[in-house]
Write a protein that binds this ligand. Sequence first.
Ligand code: MN3
Length: 196
Amino acid sequence: MAFELPSLPYDAAALEPHVSANTLGFHHGKHHNAYVTNLNNLIQGTPLVDQDLETIIKTTAGDSAQAGIFNNAAQVWNHTFFWNSMSPNGGGAPSGDLVAKIDAAFGSLDAFKDAFKAAGIGQFGSGWVWLVSNNGNLEIAKTANAETPLTDGVTPLVTCDVWEHAYYLDYQNRRPDFLQSFLDNLINWEFAASNL
Ligand code: MN3
């Protein structure tokens, strides 16, 4: 069973003006799709071919001989998680348990947003910034390239892709503006709560 590119959970233009249909079309249709194609090619004829995606990621993590498989598998997973981390009705404030947990961890929603943005800006080169639950305590994590907190024993709640391909067509080099727009307009708190 080959892996398939999952459909976006919304129309490619649904996140405009914060993320353009042009960006989303390339990001999903070209970048994400290439990771799926590469992964299928790389696992062909190996014992990993029958494994689920998370098993492949955890099996190959940290093994330099399998870096190609890890990188593509993790990027497939990270991107699907990223699409779900955004919503046309995103932004605003979380509700329920998440409010108390964010206040406990960061002091306030605004302080969380400042810390998430700073982590995204501080990720040198390509990578990801995450809100994760570490045994019920919320933390911000950043990962380089294809690295994912899935391999760190924590539960990812929401992520933002800070590779240049995620924002360059719309924001050029202004990664801070992309992160601010993600936090103010796109972040899917319902998805974060469902992962908690
Ligand atoms: Mn990407």
